[in-house]
Write a protein that binds this ligand. Structure first.
Ligand code: FAS
Ligand code: PHB
Length: 390
């Protein structure tokens, strides 16, 4: 098989890149190791920056998003028994975020690829990049007991943190920056009315919680748990009791509970690989970086990577100009590191670090008290939360 851009990974980054390239008349093939059902069974991000919404609209994949997505003009911070509102729209001159599940974005991207005759190979095993150091890149993979090969001009590794792309860089060509956190997020999905119209991030001495949603009848909640927590130890009742215990009474009193329809624990990590390309192999999305979900940046960073990479590829195929490809890594990393900083800052501010003792708790509460009382501090948080410019 021959194509122009070989893409490893059929998650949001790979699918969005393929869709943008297609609309620009550039051919691509996606090799995804899982089945489509498996990919669509994963429950992940929920908050979309305007930049991602605009990109989906530009390639005609925002129909359902525009109908079903919820525009949020603010977000809440809860601490010390209080709930304080951050007016995102007012503080950023009109910018907002949209609540619409990553799973639904991925579903709509798959539907769009199908409608445009896109090639997505599922259950492609042992995908391996070759020849990206020189001018003859290719991807090999196994499916139905047969070896296959895709010859291409460029390889985009959109294969997530555990993907093969980054691991294919020659030894010594990648610098890695990493911070792991001593806790994870235990998340549940429940067919219940969300506890508030907007998200609530809560700092509490028992640990962090987040109240989010997917719609007015589908709630998404997270509870900070130790990194070694076993999901088998967390019944629904225990989850709801812990969530209530960590919320201000005004919120806990109106919490609607119900059976979980999904329950999982996500580890928290900050990670960046530099550079994001080696020869004609490019990393985009979680393949190149990971953020703790506290700042709702993971999916949105994948979008800005795809924005920069697709600009470079389109420029190359239209004019032969390689400037955009040569500057991709530097451009993407500048925005990545600002999102890494913001996600780290929100994580350090909102979570319980037992080793910090009571002093650490009091300092967090003092910072939250200052933040919610300062227009300058709230503006700084708001412009990062809605998403910095591409
Ligand atoms: P993805 O990991 O989504 O997609 C990569 C794809 O590549 C996958 O489908 C995988 O099967 C495939 N792949 C991997 N290796 C391959 C190989 N060798 N060959 C072929 N295919 C291969 N972000 C938030 O903002 N909020 C959240 O609440 C949140 N929760 C998360 C929970 C979990 C458990 C995880 C892992 C991430 C979470 N994230 C969250 C971050 C998440 O939303 C990512 O940022 C987003 O999925 C990034 O998209 P991709 O870069 O496409 O990577
Ligand atoms: C979610 O709804 O899954 C979500 C929202 C905001 C975050 C993280 C996750 O910061």
């Amino acid at each position: 098989m021959k194509t122009q851009v070989g893409i490893i990974g059929g998650g949001p980054a790979g699918l969005l890149l393929s869709q943008i390239l297609h609309v620009a008349g550039i051919d691509s093939v996606i090799l995804e190791r899982q089945s489509r059902d498996y990919v669509l069974s994963r429950i992940r991000a929920g908050v979309l920056e305007q930049g991602l919404v605009d990109m989906l609209r530009a390639v005609d994949v925002a129909g359902r998003l525009d109908r079903e997505g919820e525009v949020h003009t603010g977000v809440n911070l809860a601490f010390d028994g209080r709930v304080e509102h951050i007016d995102l729209e007012g503080l950023t001159g009109g910018k907002t975020v949209t609540v619409f599940g990553q799973t639904e974005v991925t579903r709509d991207l798959y539907d769009a690829r199908d409608a445009m005759g896109g090639t997505v190979v599922h259950e492609a095993a042992d995908v391996t990049p070759h020849g990206f150091d020189g001018g003859t890149p290719s991807l090999t993979y196994r499916k139905d007991g047969m070896e296959h090969r895709v010859d291409c001009d460029f390889i985009a590794a959109c294969d997530g943190y555990h993907g093969v792309g980054r691991q294919s860089f020659p030894p010594g060509t990648i610098r890695e920056y990493e911070k792991t956190y001593p806790f994870g997020w235990l998340g549940i999905l429940s067919r219940t009315k969300p506890v508030d119209e907007e998200l609530i991030y809560a700092n509490h001495e028992r640990g962090f919680v987040l109240c989010s949603m997917r719609s007015q009848v589908l709630s998404r909640y997270y509870v900070q748990v130790p990194a070694a927590a076993d999901i088998a130890d967390w019944s629904d009742d225990r989850f709801w009791d812990e969530l209530r215990a960590r919320l201000p009474a005004s919120v806990a009193d109106v919490l609607e509970t119900g059976p979980s329809i999904e329950k999982s624990i996500a580890p928290l990590r900050s990670y960046v690989a530099e550079p994001l390309n080696h020869g004609r192999l490019f990393l985009a999305g979680d393949a190149g970086h990971i953020v703790p979900p506290t700042g709702a940046k993971g999916l949105n960073l994948a979008a800005s990577d795809v924005h920069y990479l697709s600009e470079g590829l389109i420029g190359y195929y239209r004019t032969g100009d390689e400037t955009g490809l040569k500057s991709y890594s530097e451009r993407a990393l500048r925005r990545i590191w600002k999102a890494e900083r913001f996600s780290w800052w929100m994580t350090m501010l909102m979570h319980r670090f037992p080793e910090e003792g009571g002093f650490g708790m009091k300092v967090q509460q003092a910072e939250l008290d200052y933040l919610t009382g300062s227009t300058a501090a709230k503006t700084a948080m708001a412009e990062n939360y809605v998403g910095l410019p591409y």
